[in-house]
Design a protein around this ligand. Structure first.
Ligand SMILES: NC(=O)c1ccc[n+]([C@@H]2O[C@H](COP(=O)([O-])OP(=O)(O)OC[C@H]3O[C@@H](n4cnc5c(N)ncnc54)[C@H](OP(=O)(O)O)[C@@H]3O)[C@@H](O)[C@H]2O)c1
Length: 311
């Protein structure tokens, strides 16, 4: 099989490896599309620490594909897995590959109407968004401020907040205001004067905020506008968020990983996406051999949707 793995801080290499066999309870999936996430480059940039003993690293936490082999008793949340099933895998290890093996519990059915590319980029961002909105208690009648509303996670937060009956004010640059608007959010330009622009748009106040950017501006403006710190969540400002007593979500130190909640969100995310009620914008696709190029694009921080690798 072919698989992308870590060869040094700047170098991703494509390596030939034997196709893995699933053990008991596991399934093997032929990857049709693997989602690219900032966590992927943070894994080898040193942002998550450096441990030479872990090299070479296999990258990729999510993918959509077709089951090609099952170990004894392999089952996902929707029941037993069988060869030929179209599935979405989340919490994978090494999804940047032509084939991936994982416990059956990692796989939920892919709705027939959802493309492999969209399905491959759905779960990490979608489950993070569900976690953020649940942690901040966003519901009917709330006004929620979403920082980074045009990004991979931000677009999910906007759509799912709207589905919960909230009004969404979403920060975006000039070039991505329309992205936010199309999803039912009200775009506001980030940068100096942000708090005043949000106040002008929402004179009745802001009930909750979700920060997917991690910049001081996002935290400062959230603190200035949201009266209850328990209703401010960040998925990117780990140190600052902890110091300010806001909700810090994800895999960082001291953060709430929300593992059960995120895993439980998968069937609903798949259903909504399959029905076309949750749009996964695919911003760009690359081959496995182009993984480094995909990362260079993502690292610029201005893509408006998911980057996906297609083996
Ligand atoms: N903790 C967790 O569980 C978790 C899970 C997923 C992701 N994350 C983290 O969350 C962050 C976002 O992930 P992502 O996948 O959504 O990234 P992404 O898709 O690459 O985000 C790109 C978006 O960020 C926007 N942006 C850039 N600078 C901004 C600023 N100063 N203010 C507002 N928006 C800005 C861009 O809008 P413009 O083009 O308009 O500038 C673009 O739409 C990353 O740091 C990632 O590691 C954490």
């Amino acid at each position: 099989m072919r698989a992308v793995r870590y060869g040094g801080p700047e170098v991703l290499t494509l390596a030939e490896e034997p196709v893995p066999e699933p053990g008991p309870g596991e399934a093997r999936v032929r990857v049709r599309a693997a989602g690219v996430n900032p966590a992927d480059w943070k894994t080898y940039s040193g942002a998550f620490g450096t441990d030479p003993a872990r090299l070479p690293l296999r990258l990729g936490f999510e993918a959509a594909g077709v089951v090609t082999a099952v170990g004894e008793g392999a089952a996902g949340p929707a029941g037993p897995l069988a060869v030929g099933d179209e599935v979405i895998g989340f919490r994978l290890s090494g999804a940047y590959a032509s084939d991936v093996v994982a416990p059956g519990s990692a796989f939920v059915p892919k709705p027939a109407g959802l493309s492999f590319e969209a399905a491959g980029g759905l779960m990490l961002a979608g489950a993070t968004a569900v976690h953020a909105l649940t942690a901040t208690g966003v519901g009917e009648g709330d006004t929620v401020l979403v920082h980074g509303a045009s990004g991979g996670v931000g677009q999910m937060v906007v759509q799912l907040a709207r589905a919960r009956g909230a009004r969404v004010v979403g920060t975006a640059g000039e070039a991505s205001a329309d992205v936010v608007r199309r999803l039912g959010g009200e775009p506001v330009r980030y940068g100096a004067g942000l708090a005043d622009r949000v106040r002008d748009l929402a004179p009745g106040g802001v009930d909750a905020a979700v920060d997917t950017v991690g910049a001081d501006e996002a935290v400062d403006v959230s603190l200035a506008l949201v009266p209850d710190r328990g209703r401010i969540a960040t998925i990117a400002a780990f140190e600052r968020g902890a110091a300010e007593g806001i909700r810090v979500l994800g895999g960082g130190p001291g953060a709430d990983p929300g593992t059960e909640l995120r895993d439980a969100a998968r069937p609903e995310l798949a259903r909504l996406a399959g029905e076309g009620r949750l749009v996964v914008a695919v911003a760009a696709t690359f081959s496995l051999a182009e993984a480094a190029e995909a990362h260079r694009l993502g690292m610029q921080g201005h893509t408006h949707g998911k980057i996906v690798l297609v083996p």
